[in-house]
Each structure stands twice: as structure tokens, then as C-alpha cells.
Design a protein around this ligand. Sequence first.
Ligand code: ADP
Ligand code: ZN
Length: 284
Amino acid sequence: MIAGIELGGSKTVVAIGTAEGQVHEEWRFPTSSPAETFQQAISWIAERGTPESIGIAAFGPVGVVRGRDSYGKLLATPKPGWADFSIIGTLQAAFPQARLTLETDVNAAALAEARLGAARGLDDIAYITIGTGIGAGILSGGRLIHGALHSEFGHIKVPRAPKDSFEGVCSFHGDCLEGLASGPSIAKRWGLAAADLPADHPAWAMETWYIAHGILSLLGIASPSRVIVGGGVSQAENFHQHTEQLLHSIAAGYFAPLEATPYVVAPLLGQQAGIKGALLLAGI
Ligand code: ADP
Ligand code: ZN
């Protein structure tokens, strides 16, 4: 039996399925305390059998290097009660025979979109989410990459959009990419939730500026052959086309991967990317 767990900031998904990402049965429930959330997930899985492998897609920051003490442990998360909680330790105690593989939620989504979705068949892609936070998962040469920690794409520095003097909302850096372009930053800067801003509002040109510059850095470092952008904010009208247009303009004819069009695309798997990614992780 193969199981997957997607641990999100507000909801958790557990599933039984195949290592190819097919979901046989799933259950979605609100994320509460770590102990309660994992007790619910473990009971649900145990009622269905004994898993030989479990893939976990988790919000971060979380230890992702297998073999280290920090593997599967939540790090300095501002989410109350979660810092230092060991996902791997808890699951290993409940399922001692199971092989456990944990990645960030965005890396899992990148894997799912590359195998089954908007980047099917590609080995070098990035998956970016723009919602409450900003993050990126990177598949390079067919492998999900991380260093000592996973990438922290949301916290890179980007050049200021013309005339933007907003201080930013990141509690660590103020005006990093997440501080200037996440959903909460849009709401604070303009006094209206991103979902409620009309398509012709100046907020969108500014948002496109920040995301295109973020992608330009990613392109310069990881050279993905396609970039998938998901998350609530990316649902704004023509978001992907506008971001791609600006990206082409600031890339100034450099960066060969940009010759593939469309380059900036929407996800295909939607709500299913995380849990399908978790099942695929179980097969790695
Ligand atoms: P989370 O990161 O918590 O999972 P989401 O990915 O759902 O959150 O993103 C939530 C953000 O997306 C909010 O800032 C919301 O205003 C914004 N949003 C939701 N729908 C749209 C839309 N159609 N157009 C623009 N922004 C949207
Ligand atoms: Zn930051």
C-alpha cells in the first residue's frame, strides 16, 4: 500500500493510491495542532492497511536532507506550535516498516506537474506558488533539488518596481519578493484583497514586475525549461501571459530557455498537485 500526506498551513490531505500519482481514496481536513493533525492522518491511513511507503509534501521551512537529525522536522515556522515538530519521527513511530520520503509542498507540486501536468515530460522545471506566501519547487535533471535547506525563493531580493515605496510585509526581511508580492502584501499595499482587485488596477502591473524579476533570477540560476505559476494570486486575469511578456522584455534576448513558448504557464493539476506529488514521492 502506498500513502501520501500533504500537510498545508490550513488544510491537510491524506490519500491512498499508486506510486504513479493515481489517487484511489483521499480525505481532506483542517490542519490543527501537530499532534491532532498527525493522529487523524495516521488513523485514517492505518484503517486502510499498512503502508510500505509514504510520501509527504509539507509546508516549510522543514528539514529535507535524508539522514540528518533535522530531516522531516519543522524549523523556524511562525505557525504556532509547529516549530521543532518531527513529521518523520511521528510517522516512523506509527509505521515502523514504512519507507518515508519528505519534500516541500512546492517540490512535490513541481514533481506532479512534471510527471502528470503542465510540464509533462520535462526534466527541468520550476513550480512557483503565489498565495499567502511565495515559494518555488525546482526539478533539475529529473531530480528535485535542495541544498542544506530547500530553496527559499520567496525571500530573494528583487529590484523595486518604479515608484513603489511600500515597506513590505515579510516579518524577517520586509521587502523581499514575498514581502512585496504575496497575497497579504497586495492586500496591505492597496487596501483590497488580490481577489477583489479589478483586472485594470495598477496593482497588477506591479505584481507582474515582481514575479517576472523573480523568475529572471530563477532562470539565471536553475535554467528551467518551463515555469509553472500557481497559487491564488496567479488566478488574476491573463496573469501568466503578462508575466511572460515582461520576462521577455527584461531578459533582453538573453537566456535560451525562453525561446520555448509558452514559458510561464498555469498548473494543470490544480488542487491535486500536492497530494499527487506526495504519492509520486512515495515511489522515489
Ligand atoms: P494559501 O497560500 O493560503 O494556500 P492561496 O494560494 O489560495 O492561499 O492564495 C490566497 C491569495 O490569492 C489571497 O491573497 C487572495 O486574495 C488571492 N486570490 C484568490 N483568488 C484570486 C483571483 N481570482 N485573482 C487574484 N487573486 C486571487
Ligand atoms: Zn522574506
